[in-house]
Design a protein around this ligand. Structure first.
Ligand SMILES: Nc1ncnc2c1ncn2[C@@H]1O[C@H](COP(=O)(O)OP(=O)(O)OP(=O)(O)O)[C@@H](O)[C@H]1O
Length: 260
């Protein structure tokens, strides 16, 4: 495994230590150790079936590892907790509830008073670009807008760690690009730790401070890449930056043999 040691890295918000996960005879993850720097976005990238979703669910506390531990701020994870919010692939929105109620739902579950939770929800509805749709219902929104409702819900509960499982996979290319830009700005302004699963090499390189390349059967960390130069050059310049293009090529070279 190639790993660049960087002494300027922030401390880890999340650490996975020697995580293994078996489903019966299937060894989905084997001795997987990773550090997720605080306030940064780490992507988990790898071929289908390499255990990305499994790892995310273990970090969320929704799934128990067969062995190994997850620590969030030095505390061992024993189940789901308020420090982590999961943004699901298909957002579980309440079809009978307005955008406002949907976004406030996580806070409602935590017993936060109505006026307080609605004020918080309104702030994040604006932040994800849905101002004006507070009283709309999910069926009145496009797929992309529904994704934003799910994101606003996750942001509202103010979890320190946001876990995102292919959040942009179901939207069209233009919407996806807009989301990616918005995500970069969220990472910059929210000071949260994002753990992001994607199939897309370009997407991972575009949005990530750190990319963990996983290889399958059983899944292990092949390489950790930390793009350094193009992040500060502005969203419009990233895709033509030589470092961006080199990293995309390098990752494809690692993954191409695993694509059936
Ligand atoms: N509940 C389960 N029971 C049995 N096997 C499972 C279960 N969930 C996942 N697996 C297997 O574990 C491996 C890892 O699955 P996982 O969904 O974590 O991979 P992934 O990288 O997220 O895949 P994809 O990119 O296709 O979403 C796969 O071989 C999968 O078939």
């Amino acid at each position: 495994m190639k790993q660049v040691v960087d002494n300027t890295l922030p401390e880890s918000a999340v650490s996975t230590r020697n995580i293994s996960k078996n489903y019966g005879d299937v060894e989905a993850l084997k001795n997987l150790s990773l550090e997720f720097p605080r306030g940064q976005l780490t992507s988990l990238l790898g071929p289908s079936g390499c255990g990305k979703t499994t790892l995310l669910k273990i970090i969320a506390g929704l799934l128990e590892p067969t062995s190994g531990t997850v620590e969030v701020n030095g505390q061992t994870v024993k189940g789901p907790g308020p420090d982590r919010a999961f943004v699901f692939q298909d957002f579980a929105l309440l079809p009978w509830a307005t955008v406002l109620r949907n976004v406030a739902f996580g806070l409602e579950m935590r017993g936060v008073a109505k006026s307080e939770r609605e004020a918080i929800a309104e702030k994040y509805i604006k932040e994800v670009g849905l101002a004006g749709f507070e009283q709309s219902y999910p069926h009145e929104l496009s797929g992309g807008m529904r994704q934003r409702v799910g994101l606003a819900r996750a942001l509202s509960v103010d979890a320190e760690v946001l876990l995102m499982d292919e959040p942009f996979s179901a939207v069209d290319e233009q919407t996806r690009r807009k989301f990616q830009e918005d995500l970069l700005s969220l990472v910059q302004h929210e000071n949260k730790t994002f753990i992001f699963v994607t199939h897309s090499i370009e997407e991972a390189v575009y949005v990530s401070d750190q990319i963990a390349i996983l290889l399958p059967r059983p899944s292990r960390v092949h390489e950790i890449i930390r793009p350094s130069n193009f992040r500060s050059k502005g969203v419009d310049n990233i895709r033509r930056d030589p470092e961006y293009l080199d990293i995309v090529d390098e990752i494809w070279a690692s993954l191409r043999t695993y694509v059936e």
